[in-house]
Design a binder for this molecule. Structure first.
Ligand code: AMP
Ligand code: GLY
Length: 415
């Protein structure tokens, strides 16, 4: 089987590695890819927001499946363009990708589907905004309605700051604060059948101790030794299945990866957000542990045959991933510096995110530069592998968190 993967980040490098392990995979093409991906796949230049160019490339390569990594091409309707050309695509239509593209839309779907989430109000005017803030109280949670690359959400005790953030967007969702640990749980959906993946946890703040600004994600680990055993079954039953059923009933079936960001509160599980694609960096800890053949899984979803696939198989090992970020990330990343010292020790992988080759020398090209994953028999061993490999990498003034999966690994050892 021949696969074309769209994207260029750490998530796509991890996807490419896992696709390559599928015994049925014959050719892997990635557009636009990055220097790390170029070592394991054929890469092609492309503008990922040019749907026609993606369809043309898929036709020229005669691929059996196109897998879309990032959200922007999905919200831009690439899956619809591929469907028109009768090319199987793993990734939802423009209409279904609104689950990520509009917070207000996601709230309406959850309400219609009976999916547990924070109570919320969608607001446009200052009067509506102030009324909603006072209704739900502090800490205030204000979300810009559209795609915002991780910058759309503010959680603050400062009422004035909440109002200012709200006024910066035409439409916002204001909601009650959810207290409890966050879990990312992904469902692979063919529009009808959903197969859940194991849960992961990501670290969204820039600095140790969950301090500093929100980022696209600074690290992740999986599995979660502290999470309830029923979390996959419960999330399937309460969140993933009803959402996918509601999208089908609306005539806009969701085919692709439904990412549920959950808060485990004292009152039960609540959805914080949906995304319409694999999470980054959760993918970098999930896929190295996945034993089921990924290309066949994603093709089964794209061709509506997931009911034939059966549950996923996972390795019993733990995985931890740590993001190496450019100086100044997330506010104002400085890029274009040389990277040296990439020499993964045993049981570790370096996934490229924002890198580029200049005269054959690797340089940084984005805010999140590399993601380093370690694997081990428990989280302590996995952390050790990841941190030993990342500590040898040199990128001037770069930074990474030292506490990814630290608390969970200590608790696991204590049990
Ligand atoms: P989102 O972009 O929706 O994932 O939000 C980014 C982050 O903001 C989440 O990972 C949470 O840490 C936080 N957040 C979003 N909504 C809420 C909420 N209702 N209560 C508490 N924290 C939230
Ligand atoms: N890890 C957060 C995201 O992918 O949106």
């Amino acid at each position: 089987m021949k696969v074309l993967l769209i994207g260029s980040g750490g998530r796509e490098h991890a996807l490419a590695s896992a696709l390559n392990r599928d015994p049925k995979l014959e050719e892997l093409h990635v557009a636009p890819g990055n220097p790390g991906i170029a070592e394991i796949a054929t890469i092609h230049e492309i503008d990922i927001l040019n749907n026609e160019a993606i369809v043309e490339l898929a036709k020229k390569l005669a691929v059996d499946l196109v897998v879309i990594g990032p959200e922007k091409p999905l919200v831009n309707g690439v899956a619809d363009a591929l469907a028109k050309a009768k090319i199987p695509c793993f990734g939802p239509s423009k209409a279904a990708a609104q689950l990520e593209g509009s917070k207000d839309f996601a709230k309406k779907v959850m309400s219609d589907a009976g999916v547990p989430t924070a109570r919320s109000a969608t607001c446009k005017t200052q009067a509506e905004i102030e009324k909603a803030l006072d209704k739900f109280g502090a800490p205030y949670v204000v979300k810009h309605d559209g795609l915002a690359a991780g910058k759309g959400v503010v959680v603050t005790n400062d009422r004035q700051a909440a109002i200012e953030h709200a006024l910066a967007s035409e439409q916002v969702v204001i909601e009650e604060f959810l207290d409890g640990p966050e879990v990312s749980l992904f469902g692979i959906s063919d529009g009808q059948t959903v197969i859940p993946m194991q849960p992961a946890q990501d670290f969204k703040r820039a600095l140790d101790g969950d301090l500093g600004p929100n980022t696209g994600g600074m690290g992740a680990y999986s599995p979660l030794p502290w999470a309830p055993d029923e979390i996959m079954d419960e999330t399937l039953e309460q969140v993933l299945n009803p959402t996918v059923a509601e999208m089908s009933a609306r005539g806009t079936p969701f085919i692709g990866l439904l990412y549920a960001g959950l808060a485990l509160t004292d009152h039960g599980t609540r959805v914080i957000e949906f995304n319409a694609r694999f999470g980054d960096p959760e993918t970098q800890v999930l896929l190295p542990r996945l034993k089921s053949p990924l290309a066949q899984l994603l093709l089964a979803a794209a061709t509506r045959k997931l009911h034939e696939f059966g549950p996923l198989e996972w390795s019993d090992e733990s995985a931890v991933t740590v993001v190496l970020a450019a100086p100044g990330y997330p506010a104002a990343p400085e890029i274009g510096e040389p990277i040296t010292g990439i020499a993964p020790i045993a049981n570790s992988f370096v996934f490229h995110a924002g890198t580029q080759l200049r005269d054959g020398v690797l340089h940084s090209a984005g805010g999140r530069v590399l993601t380093v994953t370690g694997i081990g028999s428990d989280l302590t061993e996995a952390r050790d592998a990841a941190y030993r490999t990342i500590s040898k990498i040199t990128l001037p003034n770069s930074h990474y968190r030292r506490d990814i999966a630290l608390n969970a690994s200590v608790a696991e050892k204590g049990n």
